[in-house]
Write a protein that binds this ligand. Sequence first.
Ligand code: DAH
Length: 338
Amino acid sequence: MSNAADLTADLDALVADAVERLADASDLDALAALDAELLGKKSAVTAAKKQLGGLDPDDRKVAGQAINAARTSLEAAVAAARERLAAGARAAQYEAERLDLSEKLGEIRRGSLHLNTQARDRLEDVFVGMGFTIAEGPEVETAWYNFEALNIPEWHPARGSFDTIFVNLGEPEEVMLRSHTSPVQIRTMENQEPPIYIVAPGRTFRTDTADATHLPAFNQIEGLVVDRGITLGDLSGTMDEFVRAFFGGEVKTRLRPSYFPFTEPSAEFDISRPDGSWLELGGCGMVHPNVLRNCGIDPEEWQGFAFGFGIDRLAVMRYELDDIRELVNNDVRFLRQF
Ligand code: DAH
């Protein structure tokens, strides 16, 4: 080595060249090789250090400082290159492992409420708008609620017409799936003082075989009003108003004399179809005095009317279905239309 000044110049050139090569290093393997070449046992800085002994003391001091400065610069440049390559490797890994969660978006289809639910919600809205509240009762009932309290004693022939599904709990024919929503009338009057204005939608069950117009598990909505001075005119007006609100202006209503043990007088309740024919929707009438008495209500002071009709039938009519079984077939091609 000639002198300290030459050595310093050589080291400056070495560092400048090394910085450029480090910037070009394209992966961590290439960097490791450069690291060994620039700073390892056989590197120029290591070799230069070994030659320091041959210099006079002044030159040795200057050369020593130059070697240390060069080593520090090289170490910093290697560390910077390592950081750059590691960050690039991380970014590449993130990109490779990225999950595109938006991929399936185009195939998502919004569901809708079942027709029965839509019809029930709409019925509730109409009656709540007329000042009624919603009541509920159990789907499994005793003979008292399903029959007895409704003025249908055990010997009454009307029991046979309800095609009841009994639950076998050891006591024959005492417990049953409710065959209509009328038991909710009794439960309401037992728990509430008049005046009463309620509707009770819910599931009902009979031994019917499913066909185009019948289902063994179906839905009814019951209505009950108990107040002072209630007349058949109130019943008729309420039915008219409900049908107008539910179907719009075109549908007409008609009451036909009929018989139910729990009402007197009783009527069948029909609505007009577009072709001019009549569709029977359900029954109604003035609450029988025996029913009021069974619930501890004095029929001399309070009068009432009641009605009950099929929600599924209403859905069939409103959506012009050919077959009531469509409501329970769970065919998505049908369900998607509503
Ligand atoms: N519960 C009767 C049925 O399912 C329908 C009915 C008729 C309900 C007259 C009533 C009523 O509230 O007053 O056949």
